[in-house]
Design a protein around this ligand. Sequence first.
Ligand code: G4P
Length: 282
Amino acid sequence: MNVQWYPGHMTKAKRQMQEDLKLIDLIIELVDARVPLSSRNPDIDRLGQNKSRLILLNKADLADERQNEAWKEYFQGKGFHVVKVDSRNGAGMKNIQNVIQEACKEKIERDRKRGIKNRPVRAMVAGIPNVGKSTFINTFAGKACAKTGNRPGVTKGKQWIRLNKNVELLDTPGILWPKFEDQEVGIRLAFVGSIKDDILNMEELALTLIGYLKEKYPGALNARYEVSEQEEALSVLEGIARVRGCLKKGEELDYAKASGLLFDDFRSGKLGRITLEWAPAE
Ligand code: G4P
């Protein structure tokens, strides 16, 4: 379900996040690999000071592999640990366990020096709505993992999922609020389906997406719809409507339907693996 954000919503999410952060060592932050910056909220960097950090490029299966690598390097360059994952089919999950140990090395060492043995790393998952938090928790934790009950000294009502003897995960993810101030960010989030479609002008968005694909992924539209990409975006949308028989009553073309179809295809990866935001060249 998509959440419509208003200030009250954000304040509540922020407060909850601050509470939960007190309980954990590591933030596992999910971003959408197709829009790694637009799907982040930089407030997390301030809120999560002094925590170990892991960024997951989720939905990596839908994004351009070359860009996945470029983004991985980009975030690593900023000091994050990074893993590419597909939370739906579990790709990348095995890797995470080791990276968690690596990310929390200092904490584990600190514990050891103080004579604390075997205190598990506590982690929480965070990200904006629809980025895949629930899917990730289900896949990563799997069914085999027992939930631990309330622990003495820990806020009542919190459930921890014990992943193994080294790691415990808070079972409710932290919800970060998208950055709505920047219109470009809003458009990218709409492309990937993180903003409710019915409040958007889908046809205008479709034209923008077509323009982007023509430039950055030439051949993708032609391969799927056999339309000529030499024409302007509106003609391409018209071509899609024709090829797919999107008609209103009579012979009039139904652009709204063609736009919906284009977005369904894009979001499900049928146009290929496409990244909408390219990693800045370092
Ligand atoms: P949230 O808790 O962060 O709000 O997100 P959630 O897990 O509900 O996931 C949102 C949508 O993204 C779901 O699709 C989910 O299946 C999909 N998804 C999550 N991770 C991945 C991934 O790594 N790759 C791909 N391709 N998809 C992913 P949906 O269409 O809303 O639901 P469903 O029909 O898949 O159940």
